[in-house]
Design a protein around this ligand. Structure first.
Ligand code: PLP
Length: 438
């Protein structure tokens, strides 16, 4: 495997020597003479060779991204434009994960009783550093659903308390709010976020209009999953805090997709899924809770006595797949090797590559804002007169493009989600399909 990857990178290098500058050329010679180096090392050198190019410029460099693509095993049956549910792992992370499975299986209970907890703590520390929060405010969960439902279900609700959310929020959280409404008499106030806002103020005012003196919690998506719309979270937090309301952010699609730090958002709670944009194996997420709120959340599963502000009391999981936790470190290494800025710039470029070609066509309905600060990889497109489900089916049957249909909450179209390995040539097939179907 290592050798194959090395050959892949070497081939790329050999093919492109003629367009390299002197510095790059010398570095590439170093790599070519190394022999069978581990793939991580080959990838690191490959990225290093391009480190003098700005993320924005590199975003359009198909040779560079072609090298990244070679690190993935992609199913040839279809063009995958549905990387929103789950982002597959590059082979490098996958191989590390498989090794963790082997190691834990080899050691058995010995592993579980000796270094299991210490290792998970290390993962938390590494994650917290990259997420931008103190390690004692973050726990590893299974996913966003668990993270956010721990908060929705754990708040000491009283009859008549109010919560604010949007109809474009994720179904599982909306269902959890319905549950606490039935159980504790919480009143849920639901706003509808426009697909094409004229300003941040319009969004902030929308959420502000739903707040009353009974509001306890406001839930907001960092990135709306059905449209890819990035919301002005910091401004919403500032507004809500000025009214004494806490903010819980659904960051399922934002972490390791757009480059941000939790410390800049100043939210009270943040949940995300690491099997999405960080490409951790399935079943990993995190929950951030601001220190001062930890004592006020009821744990879902009882933990032994802890200090009141010890976040671990919210994290009693029982025995779980610890090898997934271990792979978080490998996925973080991969992400940092690619570089958050480079990744965001590439994803942004890919979305603009196709949306710019179809946005003005009369039969096309784009459900994602045009303002570049309000979206990244994900965009949603509909075709006048074609139901989203039929569009998704035609794209798959006729053009071998895999997407997902969205038909609700004011959004009617297919969600299109490229990943770093997606090529403009694949997006050309999609653009042609959209033009043909008009
Ligand atoms: C906005 C949003 N929130 C939450 C979730 C739930 O994620 P998970 O199933 O990983 O818990 C998703 C899943 O796609 C999502 O898009």
């Amino acid at each position: 495997m290592f050798f194959n990857n090395f050959i892949a990178y070497s081939n790329l290098l050999a093919k492109d020597l003629h367009i390299m500058d002197k510095r790059t050329f010398i570095k590439s010679l170093g790599l070519l003479s190394l022999g069978a180096v581990p793939s991580a090392y080959g990838l690191e050198r490959w990225i290093d060779m391009h480190s003098h190019i700005s993320p924005k410029k590199l975003a359009e460099d198909e040779t560079f991204w072609g090298g990244i693509r070679k690190g993935y095993r992609l199913k040839p049956d279809y063009i995958n434009l549905e990387n929103g549910y789950y982002c597959i792992q590059p082979q490098e992370t996958l191989e590390s994960f498989i090794q963790h499975v082997r190691d834990v299986n080899y050691q058995g209970s010995y592993y579980m009783r000796t270094v299991q907890r210490e290792n998970k703590k290390k993962m938390v520390e590494k994650l917290a550093k990259i997420a931008g929060c103190p390690a004692d405010e973050l726990i590893i969960t299974r996913n966003t659903t668990e993270s956010l439902d721990l908060i929705i279900g754990g708040i000491h609700w009283e009859q008549g308390d109010e919560a604010v959310m949007a109809e474009q929020d994720y179904g599982a959280m909306l269902e959890m709010f319905k549950l606490v409404s039935r159980r504790h008499g919480v009143v849920n106030k639901i706003v509808s976020v426009p697909n094409h806002p004229v300003s941040d103020k319009e969004i902030v005012d929308l959420y502000a209009s739903a707040i009353t003196d009974k509001t306890r919690l406001l839930m907001v998506c960092h990135m709306i999953n059905i449209t890819g719309h990035i919301l002005p979270v910091r401004k919403i937090c500032d507004m809500a805090h000025s009214k004494g309301v806490q903010v819980m952010v659904d960051g399922a699609h934002a972490f390791a997709h757009i480059n941000f730090s939790l410390s800049d958002l100043d939210c009270d709670y943040y949940g995300t899924s690491l099997h999405k944009w960080l490409s951790v194996p399935l079943g990993a997420g995190f929950l951030y809770v601001k220190k001062k709120h930890i004592p006020n959340i009821w744990p879902l599963l009882a933990e032994g006595k802890r200090e009141d502000d010890d976040i671990s009391q919210l994290n009693h999981t029982g025995t779980h797949p610890v090898h997934t936790d271990l792979a978080i470190s490998n996925a973080l290494d991969y992400y940092m090797m690619i570089g958050p800025e480079r990744k965001e710039a590439r994803l942004h470029y890919l979305q603009n590559y196709w949306t710019n070609q179809v946005r003005s066509l009369p039969h096309i309905i784009l459900n994602t804002p045009e303002d570049p600060t309000r979206s990244c990889a994900i965009a949603n497109v509909g075709i006048k007169g074609i139901k989203p489900g039929d569009l998704a089916k035609t794209l798959l049957d006729k053009y071998k493009i895999y997407t997902v249909a969205i038909d609700g909450a004011g959004v009617h179209g297919c969600r299109i989600t490229p990943n770093v390995f997606t090529t403009p040539a694949e997006l050309d097939v999609f653009v042609k399909a959209l033009k043909d179907l008009g």
